[in-house]
Design a protein around this ligand. Structure first.
Ligand SMILES: NC(=O)c1ccc[n+]([C@@H]2O[C@H](COP(=O)([O-])OP(=O)(O)OC[C@H]3O[C@@H](n4cnc5c(N)ncnc54)[C@H](OP(=O)(O)O)[C@@H]3O)[C@@H](O)[C@H]2O)c1
Length: 213
């Protein structure tokens, strides 16, 4: 059990159904898995088969991005993830090759992936969708879960989280196999929920912040 006090159970409610969370996950990790994993899977599924492909995850250190990295690696992709320097070791621990986001990304990728980047998932909404399209060469090979404003204009896939226990079950199975663990940067007691919101709003969370109720 993690920092949140509570019964030690291995069944957690999941929308329309019940999904078994891996017994190896703490309650905090199970709480952090839901939205992050199904959002990541929605964005990844829009890109087709991942096996043998080189995937760029823009915003790879966040809750959705870090889930996408591990899930994509488990599905056979070679993953390059963008984050600030302080998160590069974290990305490497998830199985991604880390690089910085922003100016010069295409040049860095030409070195990191000389055969090219096949597909890209945006979880950052940093305004980089046009750059991601230029990098992979086709808007149909880019998806975003974050940049609703530009997705339609640029013709990239837009994925939203679905309350789908099949996807959650898939995430749980990857968890049982030790290939996906929701990353929790920090937990907050309920009486400090305002701090948790302020933390999340800074947009620098590594993985998830969890409120214990
Ligand atoms: N469509 C849906 O159903 C759905 C569901 C959930 C979330 N979302 C959206 O998905 C996005 C990601 O959510 P999240 O919870 O993963 O966010 P988050 O945890 O707040 O993401 C924070 C991460 O973004 C990174 N970041 C900040 N500026 C960046 C930039 N310019 N380029 C690349 N990465 C940058 C940060 O890394 P550094 O600290 O290393 O900079 C940090 O690790 C949000 O826009 C959220 O609204 C959509």
């Amino acid at each position: 059990m993690g920092e949140c006090e509570g019964p030690d159970r291995d069944v957690r409610p999941a929308g329309r159904g019940l999904v078994l969370a891996p017994i190896t996950w703490t309650d905090e990790e199970a709480a952090g898995a839901g939205l992050a994993s199904v959002t990541a899977m929605g964005g990844l599924n829009a890109l087709g088969s991942l096996r043998g492909r080189t995937l760029l995850v823009e915003g790879a250190a966040g809750g959705v991005g870090s889930a996408a990295v591990e899930i994509a690696v488990a599905q056979g992709a070679s993953v390059i993830g963008t984050a600030s320097e302080r998160n590069h070791e974290f990305l490497a621990s998830l199985g991604a090759v880390p690089t910085a986001y922003g100016t010069g990304l295409a040049e860095r990728l030409a070195t990191l992936a000389p055969d090219g980047v096949d597909i890209a998932l945006d979880t950052a909404a940093s305004g980089s969708l046009a750059d991601l399209i230029a990098i992979v060469g086709d808007p149909a090979r880019v998806s975003t879960v974050a940049d609703h404003a530009n997705a339609h204009r640029l013709g990239v896939h837009l994925a939203n989280a679905e309350n789908d226990s099949t996807l959650l079950a898939e995430a749980g199975e990857l968890g049982r196999q030790g290939r996906y663990t929701p990353r929790i940067e920090r937990t907050y007691p309920l009486e400090r929920i305002a701090e948790a919101h302020a933390h999340a709003e800074r947009g620098r969370t590594r993985g998830k912040a969890v409120v214990c109720i």
